[in-house]
Design a protein around this ligand. Structure first.
Ligand code: DPP
Ligand code: ZN
Length: 859
């Protein structure tokens, strides 16, 4: 196994300015004729190496001459041509591929009779021989020929320049993309699809035709997606002055898709669950996510497509930046404070977990085996946090100028993260570029510690701050990071001082004068708005935290403070005794928040009232006994539901009138309703059951799904009833039915594996669909405590599923395998049992993707 290393980067020896691809779609195979125009850049070279997987090569021509077998060799997925004496030449390769037999969902494959492609990161080499690295930018011309009846729609990137009928009921089209692009942005779609049309006028008054292609019957589910696309186009014009650059934008919805979506130039391909939506089939949360993902892929047109990555180590250049852009988009459209809270919550749950485990890596890694394993929350979400810090440090206007400057400088080129940071910091004297870039080189989550020193008489407050990264495997981790720290100092109940401290060294002391605080010691909240992706410790007392809850206006800080208290309560219960004093004080505080705070945002209130889930708490505690954690969470839901019953019921009445409002209205109310239902059901308050059940069949998917969710851990006959109602209503809608698979796999009943296995055998289970597979597996391992059965049978069961599905879909499975990566924090027998199944997995034949992850986990 050879690592690919950043330090080994060399430009490619050739340029390939033009590529012509000719696809002849037949029944059992696709003939691919490729013409690549080469210009030699490295004159010392006299050979050419290209990559290809599962391509049957028929003929190769160099210019017009057919290459004899002794002029080329194909070994280990590499085509070597030697000698090459010309400076410029055209290579023509005739090959065939078999999309019907391709289950990897990479390269060209079939989904419900539709031929489609996925080339990022290295899928193009499964279509045609190429050195499919992102720094080779070519103009593409594509001809597609197929039977008209089975493949009436034939799509590729760019503009349609020709469409023709041919003999024998066949037809052909030619597409030309005027913008040079790397091969990972190439796409082709052929099949029976229905098109819904719309259009958008750009700010320079160019009309862009929008086409959304879906399978027959799904036409009624695209309005939301079209609106989202138009909002994205407008937002990018207004915010960053970026206009769409072609007169056609196509989106295709595909059922069998590994990722959420793919930003291929002018032909985005989406997992159908992220296109098909309406309020009856889609929850509020999903509607917002769909809007965000459509925006994300659209924003890639500039950050990713027009300016692409020099190599895959720079992946965060396009992904971190584009996540940052889609987060800003959602913040502008909806509630900025809530969005920030949700993003911070996700980062801590997913990215912190990854960063504390064996697959932890820097946002700009230095080496990899399989690039597919690097589409991680670190590259995406931590990458976005770094950009957010840059913006905080240089301020919005400078950030926007730097961004525009980056776009105009590197338009049409493949760029690096360094180049981006340099552009943003170009005119900045305060922040040292190289020092800031340490953020991209470190892995692990840094810890910042605060200590207050207060001179009441002189009104001087000193804050001692230190930073440490306890992950020692990476040399850069010893270097200090530049960390923006948003703080508020509370002087009294209504006055606070807001400041951004910039920590640059390992240890620093900040002195603040004229702090006229009425408290014994000024109360400070740190990292307001989650101003850096780090963990921190303070000397804030419990009493002070309760005051922060009373005085704070920053949603993230309120949420964070409450979660800290919940965590303490949970840990006390697991490792010591329940701390009745803290529990009662929190209940009193919650009671007063519900009662007195009429204007509080209801999504925030929902967060405040939600006992942390297993996944939220797992990575926060040192010695995990999963069954105890599940039980403790259940007990707390019971306790808080019981103690807060009166207030919760009153609140329920109060919000009832708004819950039928159409998204985005009513979403805060619906979010809160689920939380209240859960607490009341867990408190065994029978009066709520029928009410909840009545929503299972409602015409709001948010409420139906909430009803399912809250019954997950309530063992009663009604649970089976609602499950059946939901199943029968939705069995013909695969996107919605995945919710049911998720629900069923979360339920704890005896003979548990039989229950799970029945889902895999269910007639509506689609083997090829990663969505259903993920629903079942994820629910079982994150919601169902029987996964952690003390005899290890749950782990063994999942290990066998991993081995089974790794054969067909390594990308999904290698990601899923990370579920076992936290075993070092587990107590025995869990830890022992996990090691046993990891050893068992390791002994089997595995895909390279899964092999890399298992080696990392066991290392
Ligand atoms: N389509 C994926 C994304 O947008 C990978 N580029 O993140
Ligand atoms: Zn992306």
């Amino acid at each position: 196994n050879q690592y690919i290393k950043l330090e080994d980067y060399k430009p490619f020896d050739y340029e390939i300015p033009n590529i012509f691809l000719d696809f002849i779609i037949e029944d059992k195979r696709v003939i691919v004729k490729t013409e690549l125009e080469f210009i030699k850049k490295n004159i010392n070279i006299n050979s050419l190496i290209l990559d290809g997987i599962d391509i049957f090569v028929e003929k190769i021509y160099l210019d017009e001459s057919l290459l004899e077998e002794n002029n080329y060799s194909i070994q280990k997925n590499r085509l070597l041509i030697k000698p090459i004496l010309k400076e410029t030449f055209t290579l023509k390769i005739v090959g065939t591929i078999k999309p019907k037999e391709n289950f990897s969902l990479l390269g060209m494959y079939e989904s419900n009779g539709i031929i489609t492609t996925q080339c990022e990161a290295e899928g193009f080499r499964r279509i045609s021989y190429h050195s499919d690295r992102p720094d080779i930018l070519s103009k593409y011309k594509v001809r597609i020929e197929a039977n008209k009846e089975d493949f009436p729609v034939l799509l590729s990137n760019g503009n349609l320049v020709k469409a023709n009928d041919l003999k024998h009921r066949r037809h052909e089209v030619i597409w030309e993309d005027p913008y040079p692009k790397p091969s990972y942005l190439f796409a082709l779609v052929a099949g029976k699809l229905n098109c819904i049309k719309d259009n958008f006028n750009t700010k320079s008054n160019k009309k862009v035709e929008i086409n959304i292609y879906v399978e027959k019957g799904d036409e009624k589910y695209v309005k939301h997606s079209i609106n989202s696309l138009k909002k994205s186009m407008k937002w990018d014009e207004e915010k960053y002055n970026l206009e769409y650059d072609l007169s056609l934008f196509n989106i295709v919805a595909i059922r069998h898709f590994n990722m959420g979506a793919m930003e291929n130039k002018s032909l985005n391909i989406f997992n159908s669950k992220l296109i098909l939506a309406n309020k009856e089939t889609t929850t509020d949360e999903e509607l917002e996510r769909i809007e965000g993902v459509i925006a994300h892929e659209y924003f890639h047109n500039w950050t990713g497509n027009r300016i692409t990555c020099r190599d895959w180590f720079q992946l965060s250049l396009k992904e971190g930046l584009t996540v940052f852009r889609d987060q800003e988009f959602t913040s502008d459209l909806h509630n900025r404070s809530i969005k920030r809270l949700e993003d911070a919550k996700f980062l801590r749950k997913a990215q912190f977990r990854e960063d504390s485990g064996p697959t932890s890596h820097p946002v700009r890694p230095e080496k990899y085996l399989e690039i597919d394993n690097f589409y991680t929350t670190t590259i995406y979400e931590k990458g976005a946090e770094i950009i957010r810090m840059l913006k905080t440090l240089v301020k919005e206007e400078n950030f926007n100028n730097g961004f525009s400057n980056f776009i105009s400088t590197y338009d049409g080129k493949a760029a690096t993260i360094d180049q981006f940071v340099n552009k943003i910091l170009e005119n900045n004297k305060e922040i040292n570029n190289e020092k800031f870039k340490t953020w991209y080189k470190q892995n692990g989550t840094p810890l910042v510690k605060f200590k207050r020193k207060w001179d009441k008489e002189k009104q001087i407050l000193k804050i001692q701050v230190s930073q440490i990264n306890s992950n020692k495997k990476n040399l850069y981790n010893d270097l200090p990071l530049i960390i923006p720290i948003n703080i508020a100092i509370f002087l009294n109940s209504y006055e606070k001082i807001k400041k951004t401290l910039i920590l640059k060294e390992k240890e620093e002391e900040f002195t603040l004068e004229n702090i006229n605080s009425k408290f014994d010691s000024p109360i400070i909240s740190y990292f307001r708005n989650f101003s850096a992706p780090i963990k921190w410790e303070t000397d804030t007392t419990f009493a002070e935290k309760l005051l922060i809850l009373e005085f704070e206006t920053d949603y993230f800080t309120i949420y964070d403070t409450i979660k800290g208290i919940y965590k303490k309560i949970i840990c006390k219960r697991i490792y010591e005794e329940p701390d009745i004093n803290i529990e009662n004080k929190l209940i009193t505080t919650l009671r007063s928040i519900i009662r007195n705070n009429k204007s509080i945002n209801l999504s925030l209130l929902s967060e405040i009232l939600s006992i942390p889930t297993f996944s939220e708490i797992e990575s926060e505690i040192k010695k995990v006994d999963p069954l105890k954690v599940y039980k403790t969470i259940d007990d707390l839901n019971y306790l808080f539901g019981t103690k807060l019953k009166v207030e919760l019921l009153n609140k329920l009445k109060e919000i009832d009138k708004n819950i039928t409002k159409l998204w985005p209205e009513g979403k805060d109310e619906r979010k809160l309703i689920e939380t209240i239902w859960r607490l009341l059901l867990h408190s065994k308050y029978e009066g709520i059951k029928n009410k909840v059940i009545s929503y299972i069949d409602s015409n709001s998917m948010t409420l139906s799904k909430a009803a399912l969710n809250v019954f997950t851990r309530i063992n009663c006959p009604e649970r089976e009833l609602i499950s059946n109602i939901f199943f029968n209503k939705w069995k013909h809608n695969p996107v919605v039915l995945d919710n049911w698979f998720f629900f069923k796999a979360s339920i704890e009943i005896n003979n548990n594996q039989k229950n799970i296995e029945a889902l895999f055998k269910n007639e509506y289970f689609d083997v090829k669909s990663p969505n259903t597979l993920k629903s079942i597996l994820n629910a079982y391992v994150t919601r169902n405590s029987l996964f952690h059965s003390r005899d290890g049978s749950g782990y063994k069961y999942v290990a066998d599923k991993i081995l089974e599905y790794d054969k067909s879909n390594p990308i999904v499975i290698s990601r899923f395998l990370k579920i076992f990566s936290t075993f070092r924090q587990y107590e025995n027998p869990y830890k022992r049992n996990i090691i046993k199944v990891l050893d068992y997995i390791k002994k089997n034949k595995l895909s390279p993707n899964t092999r890399e992850i298992i080696d990392a986990i066991l290392n």
